[in-house]
Every structure is written in structure tokens, then in C-alpha cells.
Design a protein around this ligand. Structure first.
Ligand code: AMP
Ligand code: MG
Length: 371
């Protein structure tokens, strides 16, 4: 049985009996899911190898994919890394973006966290979430909390407690239900090397925002890279193979965020051409007995009414933040309606659009169609 505590993020107090119980469970080595500003996390005491092993087991997560350690206060940083020798850029990023959706990969203090948290790496990924329930819970637990997203490995991340229960009910000890999350995609993971900020995973803090604080920021848009390759004579009509290069962030190599239906991302310069091509595919798929779905934007949703069984609108093209917030719920809704073939329109890789496209392309197993 998974226990559920319901909490109002606006009214949560440290003395709340549910919060105290959830914190005690974490301290005792149990697995407790909780809301953050990005997605729901599945927490355990980062110092306990046994508790952390419980996270990997519940998620079915590969053991070489390390976990992010969550703290509630900068004073906890010294337990995880040599805080006195922190590089200037990392310090500035923390000053500006913590609490918030930014994870920093830092040199790990030996023995600070269990070896399975870092998958044996000499570094530890740390963040301070900007959510009152998460902060109070971590503070009350009194330990660094290792917490990946609270979904079965490979599935879309949970942005509501109901998503967590759909994947992990009975597999974890408890869940704090604090309502829907705000940002909707995970934190940005960065590593600073010689003053240069390398974005290992795009997320809630955009590359543009990072650039305002740190001089050099290296971030790669996967869709732009695919487009560039096609311009160089690379594959242009349909399937683009996933990059073979060794991933800098171990989690980058795994299939992720995927709905059960076969998802293809469609991109190009002309919205009319995109919708015409998608409509044609929908007709073909229907004729073959597939149940079809489209992930689109408010501006285009009327284009598909007669062709698709399920049309999901993630938000307006004018509000990529809304699209990010709705993305995982939208992917899960195709599963809830047993959709077997899905086409998704692409978003500009600007601002949080970079993170949205990163997740969408992973969810599609990098099936991109350029029209
Ligand atoms: P998740 O917990 O599923 O949101 O994923 C956490 C992300 O952080 C994954 O992409 C991990 O590979 C990455 N990560 C965690 N720890 C490290 C680390 N020490 N070095 C590089 N990447 C890390
Ligand atoms: Mg995850």
C-alpha cells in the first residue's frame, strides 16, 4: 500500500503532521514521492544505499543512471561537495537560480552520499527545488534527498500525484499530493568546466537565462542539429538515427518519457505543409486499423478534428511555458485513450522550447519527419 498525504502548497507548515510523518519515513529509509516545481520526485535518504536501491527497484531504473540530490538550504552543500572550493561560475548560478529548476554537477565529497546515487561517478548532481512542500519536507527529513522523477523508467514524468500512482502505486511507501507541478519539465542539468557552462540536459532554466548570468553557455538543440545534418546531405526524409556519441550525462542515453503509442515529431518551415502531411498519415494509419492521435497547439488544433481519433492541445505557440507544463500530461492522455499512433508538431528550440523538444524527441525515440 502506498500512503497518500494531501497538502496545500500555499498553506503548508513545518508542523503539519503529514509532513512530519513523510519526513520521518524518509529518515527511516522509505521511498516517498513529493511535488517539486518541475515534476514529482521519488525521494529517499541519499546517504543510505539501501533506501536509494529502493528507488531504482521501484522505477526499474538502470543502475548506471545517477540521481539528483535535493537540498533545502545552502548550508547542506558542504556535506556533498567541498563548498569552499566551489568555482565562481557555479556559485553565481546558485545565487541566481536556487531555489529553482537548475541542477549543478559538482565534485563529490568522498562518502557524502551512497555510491549508487552517483553511479560510482566522482561527481554529484545537486539542486534546491523551488516548491514549499519539497523544501519543508527535505528540511524536516534533515538529510540530503536523492530524487529522480517519480515514474516507471522510460515513461513520461509525473506532473500530478495521479500520474505517480498510475506508475508506482504499491511499489513505493508514500506520496505527498501537493497538486499539479508548475514548470512541467525537469531541471536543467549543467556542469561548469573551466568557467564554461555545459548544459547536459536542457530544462526549466533556459540557455538564454543562463547566458545572462554566466558568460559562455554550451547548449545543443537536437532538432536544430537534425536539421543541420539534413542540410549537409544527412537523412532528410523521415527517420533520423539517435546520436551515437557518448553521453556526458549518463541518463541521456536511455529511451525516456515515451507514451505507449508510436510517436513521430513533425517539423518544417510551413505549418500548412506540416498539417497536410500529418493528415495524410492519420488517414493511412486509420485505414490500417490504428487508433490515431495528434499533439498540437491551440493555433492549429482545428486542422485535425476529422482525421484524428484524439487531438491534444498542449497550449498556445505564444506560450511555450504552458506547453512545457502540459507536455507530460498530454503524452499520458494518449495512453489513457489507447492511442497507437501519434504525430506531434514541433516547437521552436528557444527558451523552454529547447527542453520541450529534447523530451519530445526522446519520447519519439528520435523519429523526426522534416517536411
Ligand atoms: P532524472 O532523475 O530522471 O530527472 O534524471 C537526472 C539526470 O541527471 C539524468 O540525466 C542523470 O544522468 C543526470 N545526472 C545525475 N547525476 C549526474 C552526475 N553526477 N553527472 C552527470 N549527470 C548526472
Ligand atoms: Mg526521469
Amino acid at each position: 500500500m502506498t500512503k497518500v498525504w494531501i497538502m496545500n502548497p500555499q498553506k503548508i507548515e513545518a508542523a503539519d503532521s503529514g509532513l512530519q510523518e513523510a519526513a520521518r519515513w524518509l529518515r527511516e529509509g522509505k521511498r516517498v514521492a513529493f511535488p517539486t516545481e518541475t515534476v514529482y520526485g521519488l525521494g529517499a535518504d541519499a546517504r543510505s544505499a539501501e533506501a536509494v536501491a529502493g528507488i531504482f527497484a521501484a522505477k526499474g531504473r538502470p543502475s548506471d543512471n545517477p540521481l539528483i540530490v535535493h537540498i533545502a538550504d545552502r548550508s547542506q552543500l558542504g556535506d556533498l561537495t567541498d563548498a569552499d572550493r566551489l568555482d565562481e561560475t557555479s556559485r553565481r548560478l546558485m545565487d541566481d537560480f536556487w531555489p529553482g529548476p537548475l541542477t549543478l554537477v559538482l565534485p563529490a565529497k568522498p562518502g557524502a552520499v551512497a555510491a549508487n546515487v552517483t553511479a560510482g561517478l566522482p561527481t554529484v548532481a545537486v539542486r534546491m527545488p523551488d516548491h514549499p512542500v519539497a523544501l519543508r519536507l527535505i528540511e524536516a527529513a534533515g538529510c540530503p534527498v536523492a530524487a529522480p522523477s517519480a515514474n516507471r523508467s522510460g515513461r513520461p514524468s509525473p506532473t500530478r500525484a495521479s500520474h505517480v500512482l498510475a506508475d508506482l502505486d504499491g511499489l513505493i511507501d508514500g506520496i505527498v499530493d501537493g497538486g499539479p507541478t508548475g514548470v512541467g519539465v525537469e531541471s536543467t542539468v549543467v556542469e561548469v568546466v573551466d568557467g564554461v557552462v555545459h548544459v547536459l540536459r536542457p530544462g526549466g532554466v533556459s540557455a538564454e537565462e543562463l547566458r545572462r548570468v554566466a558568460g559562455r553557455v554550451e547548449a545543443r538543440g537536437e532538432l536544430s542539429a537534425a536539421l543541420a545534418r539534413s542540410g549537409e546531405g544527412g537523412p532528410s526524409s523521415g527517420q533520423l538515427a539517435e546520436e551515437e556519441a557518448a553521453p556526458k550525462s549518463p541518463g541521456m542515453k536511455y529511451a525516456h518519457y515515451a507514451p505507449r503509442g508510436r510517436l513521430t515529431v513533425v517539423s518544417g518551415d510551413s505549418p500548412d505543409r506540416i498539417s497536410a502531411w500529418i493528415r495524410e498519415q492519420l488517414r493511412k494509419a486509420s485505414a490500417e486499423g490504428e487508433r490515431t492521435g495528434v499533439l498540437t497547439f491551440e493555433e492549429h488544433c482545428e486542422q485535425y478534428g476529422s482525421e484524428a481519433d484524439v487531438v491534444v492541445t498542449a497550449g498556445s505557440l505564444q506560450s511555450p511555458e504552458t506547453v512545457a507544463r502540459n507536455l507530460y500530461g498530454a503524452l499520458r492522455s494518449f495512453d489513457e485513450q489507447n492511442v497507437t499512433v501519434i504525430y506531434a508538431e514541433a516547437l521552436e528550440e528557444e527558451g523552454i522550447g529547447l527542453a520541450v523538444m529534447n523530451r519530445l524527441l526522446k519520447a519519439a525515440g528520435h523519429r523526426i519527419k522534416l517536411v
